[in-house]
Design a protein around this ligand. Structure first.
Ligand code: GDP
Ligand code: MG
Length: 351
């Protein structure tokens, strides 16, 4: 038993060392040299920096902190989140939307959050191939989902990835997230404008749309509105327009707009772009733009604190965690007492 444990420990240590090597990268970056290269807009450096912030290794944290301290987010950027079930057409829309933006001089970064990617082995992998034109464009940067064990990890990495992209000079940040649970909430708290994508004609139950998600959205996009799908899309759009009237007024003070669009024909894209720029203008004037960003910075701080505490404890007390889990499963301890027992263990706890 003891030797198996020892073997396990050795394997874990080897895996940790390998992870550390790949995070530091082939070049031995320091936070300062990496920050400098990101500021110069070097893509490999930006990719490497995002890999750093995705790391949850406790001894990487000081490097990450030093890196982020050198690279502040920008107040001049525009951050837009797109959510919707798989197949709603998010990636297709983002590619078209992004290409249009670069043609107008924006520098576009696309980030994806997919909490299901661990289970499916990376369901967003196809996106990179689908956003083929955008990912090849010199004024764009496309980063597929980080595979992380927890949603906390994915979202933490994403909010920092936004900051890094902005420091690298990207001023339009597009975040794609699969609408399958908490990821929408996480992404909502990172973007200025949040769009929910619907497919015309499909029922709410099919679309897996929850009222909570509709309430978070600034824009509802009835997608794939073209040709013989138009009547169904019109019905869906009208149904949502009516439903929105009975929902509470969102904190922005503005009821969400419902737009119909197709990324096949491009119909409605002009309207979407105008609507987003109008929202920015209106919310800047009303003060909501700044209020929302201030609140988001505080949310991020709280999220980090929770995550760092858990990670720090897990690093030192992983075995105790497993013991306590067993006690809970076997009914020898209640979930609450087990959690308390774990938190109260000293960090230098040894079996
Ligand atoms: N008819 C139609 N199909 C579309 C449109 N946008 C995307 N699609 C198709 O819908 C499917 C899913 O698209 P994708 O962008 O991968 O969806 P995602 O999973 O939400 O990212 C693909 O087969 C696309 O070609 C559209 O505007 N109209
Ligand atoms: Mg996609």
């Amino acid at each position: 038993m003891a030797s198996t444990n020892q073997g396990k420990q050795d394997a874990k240590k080897r895996a940790r060392d390998a992870a550390r090597m790949s995070i530091r990268g082939a070049q031995s970056w320091t936070p300062q040299t990496l920050a400098e290269a990101v500021r110069e807009g070097k893509r490999e450096a930006l990719a490497q920096a995002i890999t750093w912030v995705e790391s949850s290794l406790p001894d990487q944290q000081p490097h990450i902190e030093a890196l982020l301290a050198e690279l502040p987010a920008s107040d001049q950027s525009l951050r837009i989140g797109f959510t919707g079930i798989p197949g709603a057409g998010k990636s297709t829309l983002i590619e078209r939307f992004g290409l249009r933006a670069v043609s107008e001089g924006w520098k576009v970064a696309v980030l994806a959050v997919d909490p299901s990617s661990q289970r499916t082995g990376g369901s967003l992998l196809g996106d990179k191939t689908r956003m083929t034109e955008l990912s090849k464009h010199p004024e764009a940067f496309v980063r597929p989902s980080a595979a992380s064990s927890t949603l906390g990890g994915v979202s933490r990495a994403t909010s920092e990835a936004i900051q890094l992209c902005e420091a690298a000079g990207f001023n339009l940040i597009l975040v794609e997230t699969v609408g399958v649970g908490q990821s929408e909430v996480a992404v909502r708290s990172m973007v200025d404008v949040f769009a929910l994508m619907l497919i015309g004609g499909a029922g709410d139950d099919v679309q897996g749309i929850k009222r909570g998600v509709v309430e978070m959205a600034d824009l509802l996009l009835v997608h794939k509105a073209e040709a013989d799908r138009m009547p169904a899309c019109r019905d869906t759009a009208n149904a949502y327009r009516q439903a929105l009237h009975v929902l509470p007024t969102p904190p922005s003070g503005q009821t969400a707009d419902v737009l119909m669009l197709s990324s096949l024909t491009g119909e409605g894209h002009e309207d979407l772009w105008t609507r987003i720029l109008n929202l920015r203008e209106e919310w800047t004037a009303s003060g909501w733009w700044k209020t929302q960003r201030d609140q988001q910075r505080l949310d991020a701080m709280h999220r980090h604190a929770r995550q760092l505490l858990i990670e720090a404890h897990m690093h030192h007390k992983a075995e105790a965690w497993e013991d306590l889990e067993r006690q809970v499963v076997e009914g020898r301890s209640s979930p609450y007492s087990a959690a308390r027992a774990w938190v109260k263990l000293p960090t230098d706890w040894k079996r």
